[in-house]
Design a protein around this ligand. Structure first.
Ligand SMILES: Nc1ncnc2c1ncn2[C@@H]1O[C@H](COP(=O)(O)OP(=O)(O)OP(=O)(O)O)[C@@H](O)[C@H]1O
Ligand code: NI
Length: 368
């Protein structure tokens, strides 16, 4: 992909100034989104996915602040954490970007839907304020959009209130609202997580169809590698505020380059594997207040060696990048040659994760 990215995130850093201390929720994160792409942000709870998503529209709330890095959309600087005077004005951001060029969809539809107005009224208002159309045309466009996202009988549902819709239908409404202004980019923060898998699957397929039709780009935030597999073109795997792997989805699934990615992949259920054999990731994600020294994942990493306690890896281009597309493959793990910090000669660490890995090798013959 050689054309100019639609949106670039460069060295984004976001901190929360809490009573307990400063939490770096997003630490030096960089990625691009090209036109027509669906890019995943995946990782466990607390990885910094939502804060990253909100940062793209400068919606991080106090006590959080973007303290470093930039977000650039079509050549315009939405935010510059290093030189705030270069950031776009809030007025311009509100009138020209939010909703119009970039829309956000949240996990909880009630965060965006007002319970006291009908769905139709809310859609009409958004369309009227973002497009140059009168009330009647906005109504027609809203009904058309509801139809487009698969809401049966959209004309009568137009006059219903949000609580009259099921969870899945509400998320469809949100997607309709986001698409109604024909944005170039939609940031979707776990919009299907609360739904059952059948409804989730229907919505993911619908998003793909709409994406094809409108050529909208998406940032899709999820903790579920299954969703990534189904929906995304490329993915950024996040761990404790950092991007640890960045790859095309096929490359990522075929040959994960970071042990954390591997762990996430082995924790998704697969029809060809017994549930009991599912590997869970050892330990919990540490607290962002006091992240581990060296590689942040090393206390949970089955491949951890001495050197991982001291060297803090940045996401670098690694071997095996020659996939079928020219998408760069990056991993923040010193076991790759790109680092050359003596991983091969360093002694293995004795951690819960490395012990678990040993046990798994020894005690899981074909006894199932
Ligand atoms: N309002 C806040 N006040 C203090 N710290 C916060 C706040 N919001 C987020 N954080 C910090 O930022 C970290 C990342 O939060 P974020 O919501 O981005 O995680 P996430 O990856 O979206 O997780 P989840 O899957 O649970 O939504 C949190 O673990 C927390 O330390
Ligand atoms: Ni989140």
């Amino acid at each position: 992909m050689s054309e100019q990215p639609l949106l670039s995130v460069d060295n984004l850093t976001v901190e929360f100034d809490t009573e307990a201390g400063i939490v770096r929720a997003v630490d030096d994160v960089s990625f691009d989104i090209h036109g027509g792409e669906i890019v995943g942000l995946v990782g466990e709870s607390g990885a910094g996915k939502s804060v990253t998503g909100r940062s793209l529209l400068r919606l991080v709330e106090s006590p959080g602040a973007i303290v470093g890095g930039t977000v650039t959309f079509r050549g315009q600087t939405i935010v510059d954490g290093d030189n705030p005077e270069n950031s776009m004005s809030m007025d311009r951001l509100r009138s020209e970007i939010r909703g119009q060029e970039i829309s956000l969809i949240f996990q909880d539809p009630m965060e965006s839907l007002n319970p006291v107005f009908t769905v139709g009224a809310q859609m009409r208002e958004i369309i009227e304020s973002n497009r140059d159309v009168d009330g009647q045309a906005a109504r027609t466009a809203a009904i058309e959009m509801l139809h487009e996202v698969g809401i049966p009988d959209p004309e009568s549902r137009y006059d219903e209130y949000p609580h009259e819709f099921s969870g899945g239908m509400r998320q469809r409404v949100l997607i309709a609202m986001a698409l109604a202004c024909e944005p170039r980019l939609i940031v979707a923060d776990e919009p299907t997580t609360a739904l059952d898998v059948t409804v989730e699957g229907q919505i993911l397929r619908m998003v793909q169809e709409l994406q094809d039709k409108y050529d909208t780009s998406f940032v899709w935030i999820t903790h579920d590698m299954g969703v990534v597999a189904e929906l995304c073109d490329r993915v950024n795997v996040m761990y404790l505020g950092e991007v640890v792997e960045q790859a095309g989805v096929r490359d990522l699934f075929r040959d994960p380059a970071h042990p954390y990615t591997e762990a996430l992949l082995s924790s998704i259920p697969r029809p060809d594997r017994d549930v009991e054999l599912l590997q869970t990731i050892a330990g919990r994600m540490p607290n962002g207040l006091d992240p581990p020294e060296g590689c942040r994942f090393h206390p949970r990493c089955p491949d951890a060696r001495d050197v991982c306690q001291t060297v803090r890896p940045d996401p670098r281009l690694v071997d095996g990048t020659a996939g079928e597309r020219d998408s760069a493959r990056r991993a923040a793990c010193v076991k790759h040659d790109a680092f050359d910090v003596g991983y091969d000669t360093s002694s293995p660490l004795d951690t819960e994760a490395t012990r678990l890995a040993d046990e798994t090798e020894v005690t899981v013959p074909d006894e199932s």
